[in-house]
Ligand binder design. Structure first.
Ligand SMILES: [Zn+2]
Ligand SMILES: [Zn+2]
Length: 572
């Protein structure tokens, strides 16, 4: 039983209790959920050793509930509460625009029990007719549905990316492949991935396919033909390999990269020009191939600029490619520094010097140390005194690390009223102040919007950290009027973070695009708590690219001097 699953049940109990307007209890369950979630030890172990009482905020009553979950996999009290609202609350509240109260309204008004019911009701235009809902809420739910669809069986981009790369390296080492690459939503950089599609070219396709199914990572061979094989890895991920002729490699990459919607548009465009596009190539009326070995040839024969995979979602990219004004998307090599890092002064694993040296080794020119300000004993954080001592340590290290720059900073907590919890005098002395919401996620949209607007208005807060609070597969984004937040951020010069942690990728790409359109500026931070996390930067960049962001929109593409001048407190 993972901590995450236990926390999920406790949190649902809190939500169900809230619906009944029970006082205090929901908070107790929510606090317990947070304690379980942020606890580094497996809850199974705590139960075995009788140490549940060590979790802050977990009293005897909730301890017993946790034991029941660990022993039986469920909680009778939870089941009983659910009888009153017999819906898949967890899946429904993953959809942006749906909180517990809305789920209840949808169930009572329309009998919506699960995501499939929800989708049907939204498509049939029934949701807008419910009291308190309207066309806008319905449209938002439809957009939310598009985002969560299928995420249940999907895995995080970071894991899929590393697995695909490792497999490709091993296959390349066999010497049997002249070309090999991954396609699909993995190549488009979606935050979660269903399965992995590999495409290869080999002069000995039979041996190449055999080498693939015989990889030690393979748990089960699902299908096998001369030019295709499909396997499930021991860890569960499905991987398909297709072997294609060299002359079709580009067409196959284009076809299997998708998205479906993008490809439909592209095929229509081909037909309009008397051509035929499929996974084998682009052909004229006589059946002669006019392109196929590379993707660039296909786009150019269709009168389009090459469309980067991250943009292939039928969101206006084909029209832009036709007009010749696709954005020059930000790239990983444009990023000169990481602006969101934790050290062992708070809940990170490394010293300031270690993370600085690791960042320099990766080619960064600067970093900002942004430890958590002490918030709760569970998570741990720096105190005002610690921050003062950190300033001295930063100064000392900056002398030592010639040519590399450490910025002092903090990740302050945005309190329920939108204020920051770090003393003003300190905020003024630090180089970079990130403000993040770490508590009270479940509030009404209006309340959350006001809270964020007040934080964005704070002249001391340079960056709004992981703005929507989502944790993929675990916690939905909280609701706020994002367009209002973005336009206020643009006006005040507050940067919005794209948090590159694989489970966050927050802002997500759809919101990145709206933020950029509103004129707001971005930073990308890894939120590293250990050295390897610095590599997450790539994911943040992919998310920025999916949101059509260019280097000029991202502040950490600037030199350290440029950054200090461009951050909110550097202006004016
Ligand atoms: Zn945070
Ligand atoms: Zn953080």
């Amino acid at each position: 039983m993972s901590n995450r699953r236990v926390a999920r049940i406790l949190r649902e109990v809190a939500e169900l209790l809230e619906l009944e307007d029970v006082a205090f209890k929901p908070r107790a369950y929510r606090r317990a959920a947070e304690a379980v979630e942020s606890c580094a030890t497996d809850v199974d172990e705590l139960v075995r050793e009788g140490r549940l009482g060590e979790l802050p905020g977990v009293g005897k009553a909730i301890s017993e509930k946790i034991e029941e979950i660990v022993h039986t996999g469920r909680l009778a009290y939870h089941d009983e509460l659910r009888k009153k609202l017999p819906v898949d609350l967890y899946a429904l509240t993953q959809v942006e625009g749906i909180g517990v109260r809305t789920a209840k309204r949808l169930y009572e008004g329309l009998g919506v029990r699960n995501v499939a019911d929800l989708e049907r009701a939204a498509r049939e235009g029934k949701i807008r007719r419910l009291p308190g809902m309207g066309e806008r809420s319905e449209a938002r739910i439809l957009r939310g549905l598009a985002e969560v669809r299928g995420t249940e069986d999907r895995i995080l981009l970071w894991y899929a990316l590393n697995t695909a790369r490792a497999l490709c390296r091993k296959l390349e080492d066999t010497g049997l492949f002249t070309r090999l690459a991954y396609a699909g939503s993995l190549r488009r950089g979606r935050a979660t991935v269903g399965d992995v599609d590999l495409l290869g070219v080999s002069s000995q396709p039979e041996q190449a396919a055999r080498a693939f199914v015989e990889l030690p990572e393979v748990g089960q061979v699902l299908a096998r033909g001369g030019k295709r094989a499909s396997v499930r890895l021991s860890e569960g991920l499905q991987v398909d390999l297709r072997l294609v002729p060299e002359s079709s490699f580009g067409a196959a990459m284009q076809y299997f990269t998708g998205s479906k919607e993008h490809n439909v548009r592209l095929r229509e465009r081909a037909v309009g020009r008397g051509l035929k596009l499929n996974e084998y190539g682009l052909f004229d009326e006589t059946g002669a191939a006019v392109a196929g070995s590379d993707e660039e040839g296909i786009y150019s024969q269709l009168g389009l600029l090459y469309v980067p995979p991250e943009l292939r979602e039928d969101q206006g990219e084909i029209q832009a490619a036709e007009r010749g004004d696709l954005p020059e998307l930000v790239q990983t090599r444009d990023i000169l520094g990481d602006l969101h890092l934790h050290t062992n002064w708070s809940d990170g694993e490394v010293t300031m010097e270690e993370i600085a040296r690791a960042a320099r080794q990766r080619g960064f020119r600067y970093i900002a140390i942004t430890d958590h300000f002490l918030f709760s004993e569970t998570v741990g954080g720096v105190t005002a005194d610690d921050l003062r001592r950190q300033l001295d340590e930063v100064a000392r290290l900056n002398e030592e690390l010639d040519g590399f720059h450490i910025l002092s900073g903090v990740e302050a907590n945005i309190l329920a009223d939108g204020g920051l919890d770090v003393p003003r005098e300190l905020l003024r002395r630090l180089d970079l102040v990130i403000g993040s919401v770490h508590s009270r996620f479940r509030t009404a949209k209006k309340v959350m919007t006001e809270r964020l607007l007040r934080a964005v208005d704070d002249e001391a807060m340079d960056v709004l950290g992981h703005p929507t609070g989502r944790l993929i597969g675990e916690r939905a984004a909280y609701e706020a009027d994002w367009d209002e937040v973005f336009s206020r951020a643009a006006k005040t010069g507050t940067a919005l973070e794209i948090n590159a942690n694989p489970q966050r990728l927050d802002l997500r790409s759809g919101l990145v695009r709206r933020a950029v359109e509103a004129g707001a500026r971005l930073i990308i931070g890894t939120d590293a708590h250990a050295e390897p996390h610095l590599d997450f930067m790539e994911l943040g960049v992919v998310t920025a690219r999916r949101g059509w962001a260019q280097a000029k929109h991202v502040l950490n593409t600037l030199s350290v001097e440029g950054l200090l001048a461009a951050r909110k407190r550097g202006r004016s």
